[in-house]
Design a protein around this ligand. Sequence first.
Ligand SMILES: CC(=O)[C@@H](O)[C@H](O)COP(=O)(O)O
Length: 258
Amino acid sequence: MTKSFYGTTLSSPLMLGTAQYPSPDILRDAVKAAQPGVVTVSLRRESAGERAGQAFWDLIQELGVPVLPNTAGCHTVKEAVTTAHMAREVFGTEWIKLEVIGELDTLQPDVFGLVEAARVLAEDGFKVFPYTTEDLVVAERLLAAGCEVLMPWGAPIGSGKGLNNVFGLRALRAHFPDVPLVVDAGIGVPSHAAQALELGYDAVLLNTAVAKAGDPARMAEAFRLAVQAGALARTADPMEERDMAVPSTPVAGKAMLA
Ligand SMILES: CC(=O)[C@@H](O)[C@H](O)COP(=O)(O)O
């Protein structure tokens, strides 16, 4: 069953980042090819960085895809909350992808700061999409803080390693069957995205895998197809894995050679 995100049903379970593309035209082509349900935009990075300015915002608006602003690059609760407020003003949306980074080598979320920032923002009317780990206790705390969506990492941001902890992601899915879950970060190739959907995740969020591909638009299209395949497979009720072989060709009626 397709779940909604704070009451909104997305046109695709693909959420696409808009950073690191070689040029605005390549970003535009990639978004057109991916047909994502949302694009995510880092307000902090864009306003501090190279592509700052009206042209980038105009391009994002021209794409006609719902925007999920994010607090990428924030390391403290204060920074994240301030950035979320700026994003709400700029984009006119209460949706915020909340990142509070806790560790520099892995860009692992600071889950303590994350829960605190989520509570502050949810109390202030934000619809929070928290970038978290697969930890079940942290998940409980985020839901109690007012989050109605969880975004566990697949692997460290930008690593392209795919789903590092399939057991943990499965456990999270089984534990919270009614909560919209999104695998965010670390996805490297379309099969990783398909796998997340096959596991029953409701969406995937990715950026580097498309932006840093040799041909971003072509890769974007591959991801569009992969999430469709994964979602379709999930509705087809995949077979259970087995530890032992089971013949797939029946023996009865088989020609016997003397
Ligand atoms: C764009 C964004 O929100 C990133 O912080 C996100 O987590 C994507 O990660 P990848 O670049 O690994 O796909």
